[in-house]
Ligand binder design. Structure first.
Ligand code: PHE
Ligand code: ZN
Length: 879
């Protein structure tokens, strides 16, 4: 058995800080192996007590401690591996701590580290303690003054939070810069950057007339890839003023892109630090998806300035307070500047594929978790994406105007404070004209509710009954219902909307509160078929169970006036077809090779037909995208038929392509974009639709379709079309595919972000038990196990997007991934823990696979040096 005893932090144990730190003065003398930090803290006792001062500290080399200028002898304080305790301190004093850190050996990318030779920091959630001793908790808010001293040649650029107040040469080959941030902030928002960087600049004038200097800093060779990020930033600043009345509050706003970063980006006050993947773009190297990602992550981090920085979290159990709200804000921004229906489809896809799965497995936790071992493990789809859905429900329950009033009140009331989810709920509840107490459950309960919907028709009336099924989750006793908005409509057999009351309303938002709720509407006697459109726009983050037959789904796919539900109906139709086929094959023991269902084929055809009209090409492309194998796998509670899912999906795509190849070809030709690359809604839509058509055609084993892809690669000026064509070739094995992959690797060998795309394509198509190819990819110069983006592209994609190889019956996939996780755990536990979540759902697989998966998890755990991050994830999975 392993040594890892659990020692959780509990929300119920929260106590306010013993000491406040009003002011922080930091001096950094930067050097790669030995950076010196001098910290002067203005400390004040909080309340009436005699408890020692506690300062968190992690892997720091302490040089000295002084109180009010007097150095403390070593017996006056205690240091252990978690921090420093100083008893008998005065009620108010100045504490000076000097310590040293080693940025080069900081491979966890947490605290002060180097990326491409430049210094940068990451502090959220608990990285500041890896820089200096400090009460490293978000409810300690301080004003910071930061002095950076470094070699002038090595580090011409010196940045920190707030406004620049001084920069000077020190005469000895070094120079220094001083930054002051007037806004009190928690330590997790601290940042510094120093190195050889170049910047593009722009300006923004806020609604009340503040002139803000904007800068995006990158390594010199990337300077021609910053324009899209800058445009996105300016759009975000304008949008937050227009939509939420929120203005920026410093004279400068800087963004720095770094290649080595554990997450997407970080909202440090006035100095956002980004994974370069979410900044760098130009047409030749970035795809439309990259452009989308940049726009939304730049917006997300910018929006944190209010939802996160000005109003922050009291403790890390409140993480969703800033993340759920900010994700909701960035989603609405993207929806406003792009295609709203497509955006909603993408959001729901992510929620269903990632969050629903998390919520149904051993890592399930509420939006407000109640305990954790490693807070780093709680930057999850539940906290972020379900959190955003919960905020969205507030918006839908209150209506925009009241929601906005609540948001104004929230920012006003709590500006400059560290607050809780309760504070947010109370402020929103004040705007409601109904009892909101029950809504709290969304924050406290894990698990995805299921709403069973049934319908009867009699005596000129349709009665719709909603029954909530609250899933059983370990440690959650009650199964009480949730309060949720449920938007509905109904259609007759010809797809005409039916009025839901005498006034003729065709859509209603019901508020469900009970375990069982009924709703009736009148219907003319001669209408014999009524098809319900449920949870339109996905107003509630639940699973809907309703007895739709294939005809109902085909009708909704064609006629529903809610675009999201039209897409959803089509997806359900595809999944129903696949699942029926797989189940049948299981029962009869043979792979059923039946006819293409007529309803599905017709729906597919009418989508292609719609693409010829004025329908949004991007929306059509979303509809044509087959549900992913992992999502299909979610439909099976036990003994997930990994291989049958893969085969059924391949087969269905082939059948559709075969039936509709002429139309696909027409769509492909018609959607060609004239002129050079531009990132705009129409062109993005055309390219997306062309990509689907080409991929679909390449499901067929025919050289003509491969030639089309090869020609597209050769003739295009942009990465989107190049990569789409390469992906289309990867739909099946061929000579052309292999050549194109090789050529691509030669052409882009020097561009790591482009090579990530190549790594992930390769990872997707590795055949089961092809360990030679895995070894080859691992040894490829484009791969580096130290870089999180490379690891996600190869190991992450292999384990999540190539189920047949990851779940190979021999266990070779599990073993390879576990090997990588163990290796990575030795230097970056945040990344190893995240990768390991893919093993969590072992119970859903057949006994042999389940044994192989648990064996690998046991191997990860049974190491004396297993990180607490990894031990928490694996421990929970095995329990
Ligand atoms: N707070 C960041 C965001 O969501 C995410 C992050 C968390 C980044 C932890 C780094 C470390 O915008
Ligand atoms: Zn965030």
């Amino acid at each position: 058995m392993s040594e890892h005893k659990s020692n959780p932090v509990r929300l119920s144990d929260y106590l306010p800080p013993d000491y406040a730190v009003d002011h922080v003065d930091l001096v950094f003398e930067l050097s790669p192996r030995d950076a010196r930090v001098t910290s002067r803290l203005t400390v004040r006792r909080n309340g009436d007590h005699a408890r020692p001062l506690w300062l968190d500290g992690d892997e720091l080399r302490l040089e000295s401690v002084a109180i009010d200028g007097e150095t403390l002898a070593s017996e006056r304080f205690e240091v252990d591996e978690r921090g420093m305790s100083i008893p008998d301190v005065p009620g108010a004093f100045e504490l000076t701590v000097v310590n040293r850190v080693d940025p080069v050996d900081n491979t966890a990318l947490d605290g002060l580290y180097q990326s491409s030779g430049n210094f940068c920091t990451q502090c959220e959630p608990e990285g500041f303690r890896r820089i200096t001793f400090f009460p490293d908790r978000p409810d300690v808010l301080s004003r910071y003054r930061v002095t950076l001293i470094a070699d002038r040649e090595e580090c011409p650029v010196l940045l920190s939070n707030g406004n620049p107040v001084d920069q000077r040469d020190l005469g000895d080959g070094r120079h220094q810069a001083v930054w002051e941030d007037p806004h009190p902030k928690p330590s997790y928002l601290f940042a510094l950057v120093a190195g050889k960087l170049e910047a593009i600049h722009d300006r923004f004038t806020t609604a009340s007339g503040r002139e803000v200097e904007l800068g995006i800093y990158v390594e010199p060779h990337n300077i021609d890839r910053c324009d899209h990020a800058m445009r996105s930033l300016i759009k975000s600043m304008r949008w937050d003023e227009d939509t939420y009345g929120r203005e920026y509050d410093l004279d400068v706003f800087n963004i720095v892109a770094v290649d080595d970063f554990n997450m997407g980006a970080m909202e440090n006050k006035g100095l956002n630090i980004f994974n370069s993947k979410f900044i760098l773009a130009r047409a030749e190297t970035a795809t439309d998806a990259d452009y989308d990602g940049i726009e939304s992550v730049v917006a997300h981090e910018y929006f944190h300035n209010w939802s996160g920085n000005r109003v922050t979290c009291r403790d890390w159990f409140q993480l969703s307070l800033k993340e759920g709200f900010t994700v909701f804000r960035d989603q609405e921004f993207s929806s406003d500047v792009g295609s709203a229906a497509v955006k909603r489809i993408e959001e729901v896809n992510l929620l269903r594929q990632v969050q629903f799965a998390e919520d149904a497995g051993p890592q399930a936790h509420p939006v407000q978790p109640k305990e954790y071992e490693q807070i780093n493990n709680f930057y999850t789809a539940t906290v972020y994406n379900k959190g955003a859905e919960v905020v969205r429900m507030w918006r839908n329950l209150l209506g925009w105007d009241r929601f906005r009033a609540g948001s104004d009140r929230y920012f006003e009331r709590f500006d400059g404070q560290a607050v809780t989810i309760e504070d947010f709920i109370e402020t929103m509840a004040e705007q409601a004209d109904f009892d909101t107490a029950q809504f709290r459950r969304w924050y406290d309960r894990a698990g995805t509710p299921i709403v069973h919907v049934s319908k009867t028709q009699a005596n000129g009336e349709v009665r719709v009954t909603f029954e909530q099924e609250v899933p059983a989750v370990a440690g959650q006793e009650d199964r009480d219902p949730f309060l949720m908005p449920m938007r509905v409509a109904a259609f007759d057999g010809r797809g005409k909307p039916l009025p839901l009351d005498e006034s003729g309303t065709a859509e209603k938002t019901l508020v469900l509160r009970e375990s069982r709720t009924s709703f009736t509407f009148p219907v003319a006697e001669d209408i014999d078929r009524v098809v319900l459109s449920l949870n339109r726009g996905f107003t509630a983050p639940v699973k809907i169970e309703h007895d739709y037959d294939a005809d109902d789904l085909a009708l909704l796919a064609r006629a529903d006036s809610d675009e999201f539900n039209r897409w959803d109906a089509y997806q359900r139709l595809v999944i129903k077809t696949l699942v029926d086929r797989i189940r049948q094959a299981r029962e009869t023991g043979e792979c059923s090779d039946e006819e293409l269902p007529e309803g599905l084929s017709a729906a597919f055809g009418s989508l292609l037909h719609a693409a010829g009209g004025d329908s949004d090409a991007r929306f059509v492309a979303e509809c044509l995208t087959m549900p992913s194998e992992p999502y299909i796998a979610e439909q099976f509670e036990r003994d997930v038929p990994v291989d049958a899912i893969h085969q059924a999906r391949v087969r269905l795509r082939e059948q559709l392509a075969n039936e509709w190849s002429q139309s696909l070809m027409l769509v492909y030709e018609k959607q060609e974009v004239d002129g050079s690359y531009e990132y705009n809604g129409e062109d993005v839509g055309r390219r997306a639709l062309r990509a689907q058509a080409l991929a679909c055609l390449n499901a067929l084993d025919h050289p003509a379709w491969r030639r089309l892809a090869v020609e597209q690669i050769a003739s295009t000026d942009n990465m989107t079309e190049r990569f789409n064509a390469l992906s289309a070739l990867c739909v099946r094995e061929s000579e052309e595919r292999d050549q194109a992959l090789e050529q691509f690797a030669r052409d882009w060998a020097d561009d790591p972000l482009v090579m990530d795309k190549w790594l992930s394509l390769r990872a997707r198509i590795v055949a089961p038990d092809d360990t030679d190819t895995l070894a080859e990819l691992e040894a490829h110069p484009a791969f580096s196990i130290r870089n999180p983006n490379r690891v996600r592209s190869l190991v992450g994609v292999f384990s999540r997007a190539n189920p047949v190889a990851f779940h190979a019956a021999s266990g070779s996939g599990y073993r390879w991934v576990a090997d990588k996780i163990i290796e990575i755990d030795g230097f970056n536990p945040q990344i190893s823990a995240r990768l390991a979540t893919v093993f969590s759902r072992w119970r859903r697989y057949d006994g042999a696979r389940a044994d192989l998966m648990t064996e690998q998890m046991q191997r990860m755990l049974d190491r004396p040096d297993c990180s607490t991050d990894l031990a928490e994830i694996v421990g929970k999975a095995l329990r």
